[in-house]
Design a protein around this ligand. Structure first.
Ligand code: NAD
Length: 377
């Protein structure tokens, strides 16, 4: 069977669904691999590196004969129309609210898998694109903050005087937030963090940051069975806002990562709170794609609000594309490996596998995922 790794066509997408290592792995699994010319350029992988790993360099037209397409973003309707019927397509599919795209994939007859729906269970950890990419986003958020900040991060005692350590506050201590805490600590900042899930308290403390949260009865029950946060009540939000307002006035940098599955991002920082920060403070809003945690944050821009630089970069993992592609490609190939028959070294989809059930959107010409399939007549 043949795997095709295309050049991403979505605006601003610098990542790629393959790496020299993933190509080598695909070859050992029995696949022929074709990489579109230039696919790795923005991730600093020259075509020659893919070739050395055993891939043939091809063009977009090679998609038509591929049995598997490994992508970062969902294929456009034009792209998917050119795929072979029955092809397996792995990508971040962003299916919610995109019915037309789901229809297009079903009509093309492809088996489309949404990598972001991978269950967060031990077996699937090495295929978890949300974690691999959020981890890098958390790191990059601190790097972006340091770049926008006009002061030093670590305390420096010099002959010319002492520079105090920057104070960094991380809101939302999931995968991205925990990496932001660790990175800010490595740069010498004094770090505090908050979350609504009680389980995060110990994780924050173990990274050497101070945990700050409204720890009432609602907080004790804020984690869903899936490990995610619930939307909090208006009363909790008011208490949280009061605590945030008091704490944030003493911070130099705030990094927000708070998300609630299937809901808009919670608004955690108001303009009023930004006003209380020192001039030259920085707010990095990693939730801007989902509506933002910071009032006034603008997607893909750095705006100044009340003297605070508010950073709303989109696709933050794409800002560190070489690393992000390497991990993402590994996630894809690890998942694909579960679909390969070791004896015949060819694709053999097991529709009963829980990972397949959780991620497969379309198959055999229809939308099959329970969250998106039309109700039976
Ligand atoms: P996420 O991206 O959905 O949200 C980021 C963080 O924001 C979460 O920690 C959430 O609790 C927090 N948040 C939501 N509302 C908030 C509010 N109002 N105020 C403050 N914080 C708020 O989360 P994530 O990073 O994907 O992690 C979710 C969970 O999944 C965590 O428990 C994590 O440990 C777990 N996880 C498990 C696995 C695995 O077992 N394979 C892998 C990755 C993550």
């Amino acid at each position: 069977d043949t795997v095709f790794i295309p050049l991403e066509t979505s605006a601003g997408e610098s990542r790629v669904g393959g790496s020299p290592d993933s190509v080598k792995k695909l070859k050992t699994l029995g696949f022929d691999v074709v990489v579109e010319a230039g696919a790795g350029t923005l991730s600093r992988i020259p075509d020659s590196e893919f070739e050395k790993a055993g891939a043939r360099i091809g063009s977009a037209a090679d998609a038509a004969s591929a049995d598997v397409v490994l992508k970062v973003r969902r294929p456009s309707s034009a792209e998917v129309a050119g795929y072979k019927s029955g092809a397996v397509v792995l990508a971040i599919m962003d299916p919610y609210g995109n019915e037309q795209a789901l229809d297009d994939m079903a009509n093309a007859g492809v088996s489309a898998f949404a990598m972001e729906l991978m269950p967060r269970i031990t077996r699937a950890q090495s295929m978890d694109v949300l974690s691999s990419q959020a981890n890098l986003a958390g790191y990059q958020a601190v790097i972006d903050a340091a770049a926008e900040f006009d002061r030093a991060m670590p305390m420096m005692m010099t002959a010319a005087g002492t520079v105090p350590a920057a104070k960094v506050f991380v809101m939302g201590a999931g995968v991205a937030g925990l990496q932001a805490i660790a990175t800010a600590r490595r740069l010498g900042a004094v770090v505090s963090a908050t979350d609504v899930r009680p389980a995060s308290k110990e994780q924050v403390a173990s990274l050497g940051a101070k945990f700050i949260a409204v720890e009432d009865e609602e907080f004790k029950a804020a984690e869903t069975a899936g490990g995610y946060a619930k939307e909090m009540s208006a009363a909790y939000k008011a208490k949280q806002a009061a605590l945030t307002a008091e704490h944030i006035a003493k911070q130099d940098i705030v990094i927000t990562t708070a998300l609630i599955p299937g809901r808009p991002a919670p608004r955690l920082i108001t303009r009023e709170m930004l006003k209380a920060m020192r001039p030259g403070s920085v707010a990095i809003d990693l939730a801007v794609e989902r509506g933002g945690n910071v009032e006034g944050a603008v997607a893909d821009q750095v705006v100044e609000i009340e003297g605070v630089k508010v950073v709303g970069y989109l696709n933050v993992p794409g800002r560190i594309a070489a690393s992000a592609s390497a991990l993402y490609a590994k996630n894809l190939v690890t998942f694909l490996e579960t679909m390969v028959d070791k004896e015949t070294r060819t694709l053999a989809l097991n529709l009963e596998d829980e990972l397949v059930k959780a991620t497969m959107l379309t198959h055999g010409g229809t939308i099959v995922h329970p969250n998106f399939a039309p109700a039976p007549l």
